[in-house]
Write a protein that binds this ligand. Structure first.
Ligand code: DOR
Length: 447
């Protein structure tokens, strides 16, 4: 089966070029095909932009074990509608993904349920270093240095030293300092004030843990990816990456601050907590300077009935896979960044960090994971259009300019004009860990 994407404004490398992209089977075979190339199907892309599918490297899809909130089918449908063609999922499911067997069980589940491509992190515990050493079919290791949703936590220095010393896969961290977080909680005492969430999980809590993780990475010469950076100060420290450390911002830490608590209530409760407007501004600047390389969602669905519990019984987290691309395309439309920036943050960079094979760019030989976007489409985010099982978005009511209108995964169309086509399944993401991660391959991608 051959598909010709004709007359597209395609993001290829660091440029937007009007071209014809030819796909054969699951692979891109030409990026400058003649408009008359023979194909079984021709997609007229006139006036539209063609991007590599988005790679979201931080999601919580709750499957297995917590499927009343989400499952791999509903979450992957939301991905397809949002132009996310590949996801990497976190280990805080039930059971936790802390062994090769649990990892492979999740991969098997996804092969039956996911309409987009999938990969799963292996989670660290204080005692599973042997499993982590031999883990495969995984992008890397996740450590919760501070506690969040679920019971995964590795806070003891000895255990952290052992994991960084004895394993080789890239480690990503939830960086909030557990000791200070608990001390803040005890000091503040009983509270129902949501603003206290950001006083408990404050700037220092984030900074201490990020510095601690970077120190471990440097001493053990171990690649590290800092997830969901929430403070401006961390972005300054991350400039000292020594070609070992990469980091990510989540959409909510770019656009929301403590000033939104009164308007949004516990819908805006997440970990790391929201900080100040000045942090939003500095995080955005750090993305532009590439002190932060990746944008992700931390898609963390909780039902509205659970969110409606009074703080602190309310759970932390917001869904995001369906809205991440439109939120960033809206920034392009507003002149705040370029489409090439968006592709770098949300496609190329995560693919490089995790040594993904064939992902993150439109190039000959790459997988045909593609998203067609209409940069002129103006549409309001609506709860009733959210395909995540939790059925709400923290961005509901926002009118955004720039939307995905069609998505292909491995050459198969999975989304078109509001409808997910559910008869195909995505593929297991492949990794070439010998490639050396973001810094090793940065120069290849620049060319
Ligand atoms: O707010 C969050 N929710 N942060 C996390 O790190 C975990 C996530 C979840 O799984 O609910």
């Amino acid at each position: 089966m051959k598909t010709l994407f004709r007359n597209a404004e395609a993001v290829i490398g660091r440029e937007v070029v009007r071209t014809n992209v030819l796909v054969e089977g699951s692979t891109i075979v030409a990026v400058d095909a003649p408009a008359s190339a023979t194909a079984d199907e021709v997609v007229d892309c006139t006036g539209l932009h063609l991007l590599p599918g988005v790679v979201d490297d931080q999601v919580h899809f709750r499957d297995p074990g917590i499927t009343h909130k989400e499952d791999l089918f509903t979450a992957s449908c939301a991905c397809a509608a949002g132009g996310v063609t590949s996801f990497l999922e976190m280990p805080n499911t039930i059971p936790n993904t802390v062994s090769q067997a649990a990892l492979e069980a999740k991969l098997a589940l996804a092969s039956r349920k996911s309409v987009v491509n999938y990969g799963f992190f292996v989670g660290a515990t204080e005692t599973n270093t042997a499993e982590l050493k031999h883990a495969h079919r995984t992008p890397g290791i996740k450590i919760f240095i501070g506690s969040s949703t679920g019971n995964l936590l590795v806070d003891e220095q000895e255990a952290l030293e052992r994991i960084f010393a004895e394993t080789s896969l890239t480690i990503c961290v939830h960086a909030e300092d557990e000791t200070l977080l608990q001390a803040n909680k005890a000091r503040i005492g009983e509270t129902s004030d949501l603003h206290d969430h950001s006083r408990i999980r404050n700037h220092e809590v984030a900074m201490i843990a990020t510095r601690r993780a970077m120190d471990l990475a440097f001493r053990h010469k171990h690649p590290l990816h800092v997830l969901h950076v929430s403070t401006g100060d961390e972005t300054d420290v991350l400039a000292e990456h020594r070609n070992l450390v990469t980091a990510e911002a989540c959409v909510h830490h770019i656009f929301l601050s403590v000033d939104d608590y009164d308007r949004l209530g516990t819908l805006a409760q997440m970990n790391p907590s929201l900080k100040n407007r000045d942090d939003n501004r500095r995080i955005w600047q750090a993305l532009k300077d590439r002190r932060l390389q990746v944008i992700a969602t931390d898609h963390a669905p909780h039902l509205l009935s659970e969110k409606a519990r009074p703080y602190p019984q309310s759970p932390s987290g917001v869904p995001g896979v369906q809205t991440m691309l439109p939120m960033l395309l809206n920034q392009v439309a507003a002149g705040e960044c370029s489409l090439v920036d968006v592709v770098e943050w949300m496609c190329e960079a995560p693919a490089r960090v995790w040594d993904m094979v064939g992902k993150g760019r439109i190039a000959v030989g790459a997988d045909a994971d593609l998203v067609l976007v209409d940069m002129k489409k103006v549409h309001e985010v609506r709860n009733e259009e959210q395909l995540t099982k939790c059925g709400w978005s923290v961005w509901a009511g926002r009118s955004l300019t720039g939307w995905p209108i069609a998505t292909w995964v491995m050459g198969r169309q999975v989304y078109r004009d509001g409808r997910v086509l559910t008869d195909h399944r995505g593929a297991e993401i492949q990794y070439d860990h010998g490639r050396g991660g973001y810094w090793a391959t940065a120069s290849d991608f620049a060319s």
